[in-house]
Design a protein. Structure first.
Length: 53
């Protein structure tokens, strides 16, 4: 997740992110997409679909 984003993301102005992952990971992944990739909050949708056991 912390790897450098692909070059295509640097030139995309209308990027949206839909994230489905473990419930505990959803806030962190969402935050990474917003802060590191610069995707506006309005274009990020993150849902936790399961809980790790």
């Amino acid at each position: 997740m912390r790897a450098a984003p692909p070059d295509v993301l640097k030139h995309t102005r209308d990027l949206c992110a839909w994230i489905a992952c473990d419930t505990a990971a959803a806030p962190g992944v969402s935050s990474y997409v917003r802060t590191e990739l610069g995707v506006p909050r309005q274009r990020v949708h993150a849902l936790g679909y399961w809980r790790a056991t």
